[in-house]
Design a protein around this ligand. Structure first.
Ligand code: SF4
Length: 335
């Protein structure tokens, strides 16, 4: 546990958290919507500071990031809590729980995780599994240590974060994979508790900062895949963030409170074809046996540059600087 950074005292008692757009107002003992921050003696306390619930070396492709150090591995860490409440959450066992579920877990200092990243064959550290924004202070301390070791910081996030904390975090980041859950503001609010305007604004901020950005869109049948809205989203990504932005279309499988059947392969491929009309780098995730929709082809000369099959990655056409060996088109971040 640690005192949190972004909060204010209210004139008539209580405190207000300023980290994310919920702006939770908390009286003594109350928890925020994320289940991870609470008012303890008129201080905002980050209850997940030092609590590691998931820890693993993963292929970078699993984040997913396909144009950032392809074929390399990254140490990945998660804690608990989330500021959204999605029925289909794939990590509900840690994301939608509070401190009491993890009372058996002892404190892990940030420096210990950093040292493990430095001692491993990892490119750095990924903040992932549950929403890292709600363990902002823990992430920040690790991210500073990772930079001291000249390693990479990767954030996997819903990007529901207020401008000031985002601005303080961005200089420490090297890559972001952000979940864009819909292009319908009412869906965002009613089904996730988040705000479409905020993620659009924050995606622009990340793209303008020069931090490597990839987007994941989980395809939820009959919920967020209406063709006209999907086309609007793809056009917006191309126009506002740049047509080099990498888009991952991820296949839904039943999880948490949702038991609808998985997204059909037919729908996945239709959306893939639609997105490819505007964006050269679109990939299907959670779809087995389809290396064409997982491999990277140069947007300029169309040659295959990275062959992927599951999490097996083979570089077949990249220069060490990440450009295409055939036409020198810039493709990936590799240093
Ligand atoms: S981070 Fe948590 S406590 Fe703070 S505003 Fe967001 S949901 Fe509320």
């Amino acid at each position: 546990m640690k005192e949190a950074t972004f909060y204010v005292h209210l004139p008539h008692g209580g405190i207000r958290c300023e980290l994310c757009p919920h702006h939770c107002v908390l009286t003594e003992g109350e928890h925020g919507k994320c289940n991870a921050r609470s008012n303890q003696q008129e201080k905002l306390i980050a209850e997940n500071f030092g609590v590691v619930t998931a820890f693993c070396i993963d292929p970078i492709e699993k984040k997913p990031l396909y144009h950032f150090f392809p074929g390399r591995q990254i140490l990945s860490v998660g804690s608990f809590g989330c500021n959204l409440k999605c029925d289909w959450c794939q990590n509900a066992s840690i994301a939608q729980q509070g401190r009491s579920a993890f009372s058996h877990i002892s404190h892990t200092p940030p420096g210990q995780i950093v040292q493990q990243a430095a001692n491993s064959n990892s490119i750095g550290l990924a903040y992932t599994y549950n929403e890292p924004i709600v363990w902002y202070e823990y992430m920040m301390e690790m991210a500073k240590g990772i930079k001291e070791h000249r390693l990479k910081n990767v954030l996997v996030t819903n990007l529901q974060i207020n401008p000031k904390p985002l601005q303080e975090l961005l200089p420490l980041l090297d890559a972001v994979n952000a979940d864009l859950k819909s292009f319908d503001a009412a869906f965002y609010l009613n089904k996730t508790g988040g705000h479409l305007d905020m993620i659009k604004k924050n995606l622009r901020t990340v793209a303008e900062s020069g931090v490597h950005l990839e987007i994941t869109f989980l395809v939820l049948p009959l919920m967020n895949e209406k063709q006209s809205m999907f086309a609007d989203m793809v056009n917006w990504i191309a126009d506002e963030l740049g047509d080099r932005t990498v888009l991952h279309l991820s296949r839904y499988f039943p999880a948490n409170r949702m038991d609808d059947p998985p997204t059909s392969l037919d729908l996945m491929h239709r959306l893939f074809d639609l997105a490819k009309e505007k964006l050269p780098y679109v990939y299907l995730g959670n779809v087995r046996g389809s290396s064409t929709t997982a491999s990277t082809f140069c947007r300029s000369c169309r040659q295959k540059l990275i062959a992927r099959n599951g999490y097996h990655t083979e570089i077949v056409g990249l220069n060490p600087d990440g450009s295409c060996i055939h036409c020198q088109e810039p493709i990936c971040v590799t240093h």
